[in-house]
Design a protein around this ligand. Sequence first.
Ligand code: FMN
Length: 338
Amino acid sequence: MVDLKKELLKNPFVLAPMAGITDTAFRSFMREMGCGVVISELVSAHGIEHKSLRTIELTKFSEIQRPVGIQIFGEDAGVLSKAAQFIEAQGADFVDINLGCPVPKVVKKGAGSALLREPCTLNKILKQVKDSIKIPLTIKIRTGWDDKSVNAHDVVKAAADAGVSWVAIHGRTRAQGYSGRANWEYIKEVKSKASIPIIGNGDITLAKTAVDKLHESNCDGVMIGRGCLKNPWIFKQALELYQTGEEKKFDKDICHALGRLKVWVAERGDERYSTLQTKKFVSWFSSGYPGSQAFRSKLFSFKSAQEIYSYSMEYFSQFNISEQIDTSHENFLMGGHG
Ligand SMILES: Cc1cc2nc3c(=O)[nH]c(=O)nc-3n(C[C@H](O)[C@H](O)[C@H](O)COP(=O)(O)O)c2cc1C
């Protein structure tokens, strides 16, 4: 059985779940690119109950990803428990419950961040799910529903009492969506009173920031989402800085990275999927490089993953890939399920 605390000590930089992005191919790629624990995008517990093929597909993973958690969402303790048992039977290392999704379709049904509003009810749900499985249960939350009900302290207490192994906190309220900045001061405060590991999350776009936030907040880990889309080397850089304390010159091997992404994306054997995913990723990777706008415009005209790789290699070989301009001030993917 995986010991998540030990995993965080080995590598405290966790890949954030992102719907439509952190599928099995991207998780495998990111593990190779140096991240610690990985978590799937959110998967509907009701979808698992109804044996929806599309949903079941989302629960699959490769061995290289271990330790890998599968994230589920739902509002009913019984349905969530059965989904958790299904995930356990699939061989995943742990189950994560999404309690941060702000999307109206999810919240209206009482799932995602809606469950944060009643820590007592949440405690009962978490207990029931935890009791139904042997593998660890983790949760991912927001700081609260809105600025009048910032209650991560209470949620963490409810989770600890239910036997939850860690709480990942995206430092914004549900009402904030993706606006403003993640509140790391509050994350630090919650961590200072928590009896279980806390993972801080929000707005980490540089390896140095990841290490600084880890130290300043005293969290057990930090979770990185959008930051690794523009800089897939961020995990390796952060781990190296964390382990050595030195910010060394880092050589980014784009040929190797694109080659590995290509392999993982091709595993599904679906050219349409490969083309789409590859376009998406290389377009994000090109942020902060000379002529990236023109590169992207042409990128979308290609019809096969192979063409995209050749075109991308040609583009990236024109300059020093290690010199990427920080574009974190630009709005980027300002919506998601957590
Ligand atoms: C496109 C997108 C999809 C997301 N999907 C999920 C999800 O399925 N489950 C979840 O818990 N959080 C999801 N999130 C939230 C991220 O895990 C993370 O909390 C958020 O992006 C803030 O971290 P970051 O600034 O490092 O990206 C998503 C975010 C984005 C941008």
